[in-house]
Design a protein around this ligand. Structure first.
Ligand SMILES: Nc1ncnc2c1ncn2[C@@H]1O[C@H](COP(=O)(O)OP(=O)(O)OP(=O)(O)O)[C@@H](O)[C@H]1O
Ligand SMILES: [Mg+2]
Length: 328
């Protein structure tokens, strides 16, 4: 299943993503973690030192390789150059699986050892000031979107993406790629306004969105979020001394995380699993085609000089004819 953590800058997306990833690893679930946030901190939050975090390969820099691999022998995609971030898979395309070795992981993923197992980490690569709002930024996040659209994920396999709640994810359709989107919100008006905006975009696409309150202290904070968010409030997390110790570079063993926070992480996992159980692969495929046609028309055709609508394989449904690997 595919899970995103989004929210306002500084709300705790990276912190909660990293705790959730540790929680899954402790349960021996296979995890691919993706850092797609503007501030690339997921590696550090998973315990990498500065040198190891800086040495993570940037997906954005491997876009040609990713495209070349994924298009495989798909006759509708005649070159990697005409493949844009929304180009959907079709017959002949190569798909990715959570548990396998492939050239994309080889180039872009690194294994991170945690207390209780290991996970794969991929990162878009750092965004610079000049990236924001220009093509470079889009291509970095686009590498993630391409991978998500070519990924056949099973019920007990996890893809966890730490990302910004920025407008790029709405333009491209990235926000529809997840079984569950956790919107991390502090009990503030700004935190809640990001939730409202996201909800507005999500509404028409059946996106499962739940709010995770963070840095919630006491009854007043809780009531504020309950009033503003209503039933979308899934769970709240308070200040964590464990997180604070980790920030000092002295992470205690994960099993020492506060009991209330461990329970909250289990609530997240249960909610994601519930949602995955209702995954509709046909709708999932239809939505990627919808956003591809939209992007083709608004900029893709002009940029590539090709009619990108012709890349759509009308008979193709992701997941259906490619058996999902069953765990165990
Ligand atoms: N529950 C918590 N307990 C203690 N500290 C926390 C908690 N949640 C977040 N923090 C701290 O708040 C700061 C911001 O958190 P974090 O980096 O996870 O936010 P973010 O949403 O990813 O921010 P950015 O937009 O910069 O990527 C960090 O220093 C983090 O350690
Ligand atoms: Mg972050």
């Amino acid at each position: 299943m595919k899970i995103a953590f989004v929210g306002k800058g500084g709300s705790g997306k990276t912190t909660l993503s990293s705790l959730f990833i540790r929680h899954l690893a402790a349960a021996e679930a296979p995890v691919v973690a993706v850092d797609a946030d503007i501030n690339q901190h997921l590696g550090a939050a998973l315990g990498l030192d500065d040198a190891a975090a800086a040495a993570l390969p940037a997906m954005g820099a491997h876009l040609p390789l990713i495209k070349e691999y994924l298009r495989g022998t798909n006759p509708r995609i005649t070159s990697a150059e005409t493949m844009i971030k929304t180009t959907p898979p079709g017959e002949g395309s190569r798909l990715l699986r959570v548990v396998e070795d492939n050239p994309v992981y080889e180039a872009c993923a690194r294994t991170v050892r945690l207390d209780d197992g290991e996970i794969r980490l991929m990162a878009t690569g750092p965004f610079t000031e000049s990236d924001l709002g220009v093509a470079c930024y889009h291509s970095k996040v686009g590498a993630v979107e391409l991978c998500l659209n070519h990924l056949v994920d099973g019920p007990q396999e996890y893809v966890v993406v730490d990302m910004t709640a920025g407008s790029d994810s709405f333009a491209s359709g990235m926000f529809t790629r997840f079984d569950m989107t956790f919107l991390v919100a502090e009990p503030t008006r700004k935190g809640v306004s990001v939730y409202r905006q996201y909800k507005e975009y999500a509404r028409d696409f059946g996106v499962s969105l739940k709010v995770v309150g963070n840095k919630v202290q006491g009854r007043d904070d809780l009531e504020f979020l309950q009033d503003e968010v209503g039933d979308d409030l899934l769970v709240t997390v308070g200040h964590s001394d464990w997180v604070r110790a980790m920030e000092k570079g002295r992470p205690p063993r994960f099993e020492l995380l506060e009991a209330a926070n461990r329970t909250a992480l289990q609530t997240l996992q249960d909610a994601a699993e519930d949602s995955y159980a209702h995954r509709d692969w046909e709708r999932y495929t239809r939505q990627m085609v919808h956003f591809h046609l939209k992007n083709a028309e608004s900029w893709g055709n002009a940029k590539t000089g090709a009619d990108l609508a012709a890349q759509v394989d009308p008979a193709f449904v992701l997941g259906e004819h490619t058996p999902v690997p069953q765990p165990g």
